[in-house]
Design a protein. Structure first.
Length: 467
């Protein structure tokens, strides 16, 4: 059911909708921050808890695996058993997991907390996004809400690097966990007063075989990509995991075609707007988050910047994403989702390619904030166009599913971008310099964004849905 007061249909938010928007956007921002807040703190965490250097990457991987693997299943469960209920349960789990991480005294305890944080993210993100889409009618209001959501999600990723550096330098890495606890408590206390429950009157059976296939497939795929980023794509374990993930996802497709109550109806996955919209989203998140990784390598390994200075350097990128998110609804209304998608990716590709001109000295350093700002604007326009495309023209009963797919795309894109670009850097370096590897990876990143500019969802169906 749609929670939509009458005034919203005229394009104006009610006071209650503004409060709902603030609550949901704040929650999504916090989840985005969690993706990157520990990155700059990893060496300090390793020294404090006794992690072996080779095992530090599991602090990030332990979060990414459940965050990507369980998102689609969580989105469908939210549809069936109540989006508000799942949202609250996930936020409560996030608060408990963050407290456990902040108090962890051993590597095992910290990794368990990160797994729980990732699972909480997989629960909260699709539930929160479906609550957002069902609270605002398709058209200007939803475009505005999705634009702000996309801006804050992307800004949260870049802000996490800044916040992690500040907290680690001034207080302790433990505050990168503990900062979530009061926020989660506040959301759990306020959400029942603002959010109305929504779920279908009749609950179909849960598609257990489909859920097992897609969850195991995504876990294997993300693990394989992470392993390949560390050891290269020739690593036998990486190849085996990627092959297993691909086979399980193919099996998932066939399971869904025959299931009486499929986790993802094949008809939805076959829709051009949904399929191509999610492909665009995969590229958008993979390229931009991996670009942050590439520029981190450049600033720290080539120019010798500290972790805190590196994090602060991404503040301009954050400003670009916020501006892109605010401007995106107007761009969509003026140009339409398909052209906005193409234009956003084209701007991102040009700005990213310009970063290949960075050198070993500081003379060209002015290029980094200018290019990342422009690329952030373009990337965010593309992300909002992706979200509108992938969730338009569907009934409210399928919004959790559509947002679950979109969120899964987001999580997988964020997770796979860094290991893929890390493998490109490693291969391009050879016996050369870090700068050489980064430059080649930047050009590959720009080429992917340029290729995505030619993705063409079916414009008429989207346009009709947005009228």
């Amino acid at each position: 059911m749609t929670v939509l007061p009458a005034p919203a249909a005229a394009g104006r938010m009610t006071g209650r909708q503004r409060l709902v928007l603030t609550l949901l956007l704040g929650s999504q921002f916090m989840l985005a921050v969690d993706f990157s807040i520990l990155n700059v703190a990893l060496p300090v965490i390793g020294a404090g808890l006794g992690f072996a250097l080779a095992d530090l990457q599991w602090v990030a991987t332990a979060f990414a695996l459940p965050a990507a693997g369980f998102t689609l299943l969580s989105g469908r469960i939210a549809d069936l058993f109540g989006r508000r209920r799942l949202f609250l349960a996930g936020m409560a789990l996030l608060g408990v997991a963050s407290l456990a991480g902040g108090l962890a005294s051993s590597p095992a305890a910290l990794l368990a907390a990160r797994v729980a944080q990732g699972l909480a993210t997989a629960i909260v993100t699709p539930a929160g996004l479906s609550l957002l889409t069902t609270s605002f009618q398709e058209g200007p209001l939803r475009e505005r809400a999705l634009g702000l959501n996309g801006a804050l999600m992307s800004a949260g990723f870049t802000s996490g690097a800044v916040l992690g550096g500040v907290l680690t330098e001034l207080l302790s890495w433990r505050w990168a966990f503990l900062i979530n606890v009061p926020v989660a408590l506040a959301v759990v206390a306020v959400a029942p007063l603002l959010l109305k429950e929504s779920r279908p009157d009749r609950r179909p059976a849960v598609d257990a075989p489909g859920a097992a296939a897609v969850t195991a497939g995504l876990l294997a795929l993300v693990y394989g990509l992470t392993r390949a980023g560390e050891h290269g794509f020739a690593d036998p374990l990486a190849v085996a995991a990627l092959a297993a993930g691909a086979a399980l996802l193919v099996a998932f497709w066939f399971v869904e075609r025959r299931a009486a109550a499929p986790l993802v109806p094949v008809a939805i996955m076959s829709r051009r707007a949904v399929a191509l919209g999610n492909l665009a989203g995969l590229v958008a998140f993979a390229t931009e988050t991996s670009l942050v990784f590439l520029m981190t390598l450049y600033l720290q390994k080539v120019l010798g910047y500290s972790a805190l200075a590196t994090g602060l350097a991404f503040g301009v990128l954050g400003l670009g994403t916020v501006l892109g998110g605010v401007a995106a609804p107007r761009v969509l209304r003026a140009a339409g989702p398909a052209r906005a998608l193409a234009g956003g990716f084209a701007l991102q590709a040009v700005a990213t390619a310009a970063l290949a001109l960075l050198g070993t000295g500081t003379a060209s350093l002015w290029l980094l904030p200018a290019a990342t700002f422009a690329g952030g604007v373009g990337n965010m326009v593309a992300i909002v166009a992706f979200m509108v495309t992938a969730t338009s023209g569907l009934p409210d009963s399928e919004q959790g599913l559509a947002t679950g797919l979109a969120t899964m795309t987001q999580q997988v894109g964020i997770t796979m971008g860094i290991p893929v670009m890390s493998a490109v850097v490693t291969a391009a370096m050879g016996s050369g310099s870090v700068l050489q590897g980064v430059t080649v990876a930047v050009l590959v990143n720009a080429a992917l964004a340029l290729a995505a500019a030619f993705i063409r969802p079916h414009r008429s169906a989207i346009s009709n849905a947005l009228r």
